[in-house]
Write a protein that binds this ligand. Structure first.
Ligand SMILES: NC(=O)c1ccc[n+]([C@@H]2O[C@H](COP(=O)([O-])OP(=O)(O)OC[C@H]3O[C@@H](n4cnc5c(N)ncnc54)[C@H](OP(=O)(O)O)[C@@H]3O)[C@@H](O)[C@H]2O)c1
Length: 343
């Protein structure tokens, strides 16, 4: 599958920034959908073509995508207070991008970056596979599942592959940064619940490699296989995670090691206090018109039995393997935060 011209949505975001850097290193022609307010300095620096638009406004998307071999669809909301906002961007936005791909004479390969939240959690001690029916528990997860279904609706015309990453971390990431910051400065790691779920985690550079492997050689969604044999692994879906599943408390200890701290106080916060805190932080955020990463919807995700997801499909079909261990990746990330003066 040629990957000469790649259209990227969400290129101004955390994962998109790393994706376009890798595409530039591979000498691809890069086109990016950006909003008027997007930060684009890193995109102009690498010579990406910028198309001003919005995934919720379908006008212009078909034209912007024309001539692309591959579309990497990353644009999305990680959190929003109104579930209608999540649905508008994550579900309807994916519909618009997939429809614009379908409108091409020669539709490009579409790689949709969904989330493990779209699949939903696994029962305690179990691991989710692509064959398990989706059962999201949060508004975010439901909006990402909506995006998957929207992409499926056009998959008879568009060769489509969906990736479901767990928590993505690495340079430039602001969402996991507070964990590093709290451990580095206070030596404290706060854990909502006494039974934190095992996590699926992936370093952003490993995810980008997997995205490009999926674009080049991934299986594609086949609607008949989804309908006919629901219990078998559906082509076109891949979980994206390191094959290590620390729970949130163990993750804090790994971050402490990465930071060179010998001791960290793992503070388990008993329920219902995390819910109350999430509610208070969300209410303050709403009053200040500021989105806070800790909110009630995230608490729905933090208090499930397991987020472990199997990467067998990605390993078998695509030869996916992270470049190094989770611990080494956390070391690299901690070093990056230090070098950049974030810590
Ligand atoms: N980070 C994770 O841990 C993680 C885990 C699983 C899945 N994902 C998924 O991966 C994707 C990228 O995540 P990220 O962490 O890179 O998020 P991010 O840093 O918040 O970036 C989101 C990107 O989407 C763009 N965007 C948002 N709404 C848009 C709209 N209406 N039209 C066009 N572009 C829009 C943003 O543009 P602006 O710069 O203009 O705001 C930004 O470029 C998302 O779909 C997310 O759901 C992320």
């Amino acid at each position: 599958m040629p990957m000469n011209t790649v259209f990227v949505t969400g290129a101004s975001g955390f994962i998109g920034r790393h994706a376009v850097a890798e595409l530039a290193a591979r000498d691809c022609r890069i086109r990016c959908l950006v909003r008027r307010t997007s930060s684009v300095r890193h995109l102009t620096k690498i010579g990406a073509e910028l198309h001003c638009g919005d995934v919720v406004e379908p006008d212009g998307l078909t034209e912007a995508i024309a001539g692309s071999d591959v579309v990497l669809h990353l644009a999305g909301f990680r959190f929003a207070y109104k579930s209608s906002d999540l649905m508008r961007v994550n579900t309807d936005g994916t519909w618009n991008v997939a429809r614009a791909c379908a409108a091409q004479n020669n539709p490009p390969v579409l790689v949709v970056v969904s989330s493990v939240a779209a699949a939903g959690p696994a029962p305690s001690g179990m691991m989710r596979t692509e064959a398990d029916p989706a059962a999201p528990v949060s508004n975010y997860g439901r909006s990402k599942r909506g995006g998957e279904l929207a992409a499926e609706a056009w998959a008879d015309k568009v060769p489509t592959t969906i990736l479901r990453p767990g928590v993505v971390f690495g340079p430039w990431n602001r969402e996991t940064f507070p964990i590093f910051h709290s451990i580095a400065t206070l030596g404290v790691h706060a854990v909502p619940t006494f039974a934190p779920p095992p996590l699926s985690l992936i370093h952003v550079e490993d995810l980008v490699q997997l995205m490009l492997q999926a674009a080049e050689n991934g299986t594609r969604i086949q609607m008949d296989s989804l309908d006919a044999r629901p219990a078998t692994r559906p082509p076109g879906y891949y979980f994206a995670s390191a094959p290590e599943y620390p729970n949130y408390a163990q993750f804090g200890r790994m971050v402490a090691r990465a930071l060179g701290r010998r001791h960290v106080f793992v503070w388990h916060i008993a329920e219902p206090l995390p819910w109350i805190l999430g509610g208070i932080i969300e209410t303050i955020g709403r009053l200040r018109h500021r989105l806070e990463a800790l909110n009630v919807d995230k608490m729905r995700e933090a208090t499930v039995p397991s987020w472990a997801s199997s990467v067998q499909a990605a390993t078998e079909d695509l030869g996916f393997a992270p470049a190094c261990s989770l611990q080494e990746r956390l070391h690299q990330t901690a070093d990056w935060y230090r070098t950049r003066g974030w810590l």
